[in-house]
Design a binder for this molecule. Structure first.
Ligand SMILES: NC(=O)c1ccc[n+]([C@@H]2O[C@H](COP(=O)([O-])OP(=O)(O)OC[C@H]3O[C@@H](n4cnc5c(N)ncnc54)[C@H](OP(=O)(O)O)[C@@H]3O)[C@@H](O)[C@H]2O)c1
Length: 216
């Protein structure tokens, strides 16, 4: 499968790219092609040093989407809305994965959903021509980027298209020790998006770090 990671130069983008690169062609997207190529080269080196063959390339966000079957929107919420506007001409029938969490920090982190109810629904309204699937909001980038680590957590996946959701469930299974769970329709994304600031606040309050979720 060809996977574009938009904003793949960032923290969670690196983790997803490195976890998937042994089985898929990865296109790291950025606003700056040189930055994307540097990041792609760095991720490739990390994997090659571990004896893992991979195909990771860097490109503009637009070019990355053009080449991909699946595009991961891995940028801050405020950036996602502008990015979608520029990508509109090349978004056709890709699956778009949103892991975007709209939140702000006052004394504590606070979920700040848009009028649509959650970021995933907002994004789906902006690009009705693609299938938006919501996932990975509660995964810590530090855990994801540590390739020696078994994350041992659950990823709740929400979406309205059964086939597209299945594709993301399968991709999630490829991340060692992570269990994908069907969280229902895209509107339920509100629940998993809102958990992220709660987890960060809990970590701060209890002197913990990189909390995730596991349903038992
Ligand atoms: N960090 C986590 O552990 C974590 C976990 C779950 C979900 N998330 C969600 O995942 C998303 C990405 O998080 P992150 O921590 O990886 O973010 P990040 O490292 O701060 O940013 C990711 C990338 O977004 C791009 N970007 C920044 N501002 C932009 C703008 N105005 N327009 C277009 N692109 C812009 C940058 O890429 P270029 O400069 O190369 O264009 C940057 O490398 C967020 O929505 C976050 O809520 C994060």
């Amino acid at each position: 499968m060809k996977i574009a990671i938009l904003g793949g130069t960032g923290r969670i983008g690196e983790g997803l790219a490195c976890r998937w690169a042994s089985r898929h062609e990865i296109y790291i997207g950025s606003r700056d092609v040189d930055k994307a190529k540097d990041a792609a080269c760095g991720y490739s080196c990390q994997l090659t040093d571990r004896g893992i063959e991979c195909l990771i390339d860097g490109a503009s966000n637009k070019e990355a989407v053009e080449r991909a079957d699946v595009a991961v929107l891995s940028v801050p919420y405020e950036a996602a809305l502008g990015l979608i506007e520029c990508l509109r001409p090349v978004l056709k029938n890709q699956i778009v994965i949103s892991l975007v969490v709209p939140m702000k920090k006052n004394k504590w982190f606070e979920y700040t959903p848009p009028d649509e109810g959650c970021a995933a629904l907002h994004i789906q309204h902006l690009i009705p021509e693609v299938k938006v699937i919501s996932a990975y909001h509660n995964l810590s980038y530090r855990k994801l980027c540590n390739l020696d680590l078994d994350i041992e957590g659950d990823v709740v996946i929400c979406g309205d298209d059964t086939d597209a959701k299945q594709v993301v469930m399968n991709l999630t299974r490829e991340i060692r020790s992570v269990r994908p769970l069907d969280g229902g329709p895209l509107s339920e994304s509100r629940m998993i998006e809102s958990l992220t600031p709660f987890l960060i606040n809990m970590a701060i309050r209890n002197g913990l770090s990189d909390l995730g979720v596991k349903f038992v």
